[in-house]
Design a protein around this ligand. Sequence first.
Ligand SMILES: [Zn+2]
Length: 283
Amino acid sequence: MKKKHFSVLVILLLLTGCSKQLDDVNWKFWEYFTNDTAEEVVEETPTEEEPVEEEQPEESPQTEAPPETNENQYVLEEPFFTVLNEEKVIENTENLLVLVNKNQSLPADYVPKDLTIPDVPFSFEGDYEKKYLREAAARALEELFAAAEAENVEIFAVSGYRSYETQYGIYNTYLKKWGEEKTNAVSAIPGHSEHQTGLAMDISSRSAALDLTEEFGNTPEGKWVKEHASEHGFIIRYPEDGEVITGYQYEPWHLRYVGKEVAAYIDEHDLTLEEFFDRAIKQ
Ligand SMILES: [Zn+2]
């Protein structure tokens, strides 16, 4: 290619014969043939810059490194994180890992769409809303109760889904009886109860007089549940000494469905659901 161009240049030079034009062409001629080297230099420049660009992610490995490498973190798909509006009211209410607590609430009109009665023994008769759970939680509860029965552990479901209106009634009854401080330690402000999610079930045993008391945690049934709940997708939502984080006293009877994988992680690392979300990172 360049030989051809060179020949054309020589012909042009011969044809012109003008020294001014010759100088001009000579310069272009020289520039053309030194261009190879110039091009090589230009090509080398970006390759020299590449390692500099690679150094940037190395300076912040926490954002770039695969999250699985850190055993303290849990990688969770984005839809499982609770989305709040400006008033801290939950927007993605159907999320099975929805985090309801004293800081964030469900909308007053939220009713789960897939409520169903789990096929387990209840501590009472009749068709009340507190028998209901969301589908996934109901099936998991049946599994937990079947596992308990297989080991001759007799437990009863006491209270599951609770509507905003019911919680409103309970809260105000306690408020009149006990005052705000004591009421807030044991009862949720309407919208802030996990029972409205349809993912929580209170349980008890005959040995605890079918009551919801701390004593249940000391019974053989309470101990069995604490040991095996996570195998079936449940956590003890308000653990002992967790009040500073959860805002609630120890409730060995209050089970929350989170699915087997998350329950196993929470159990293994001895976390509250709040602490779990502090560690979880979005995938
Ligand atoms: Zn409860």
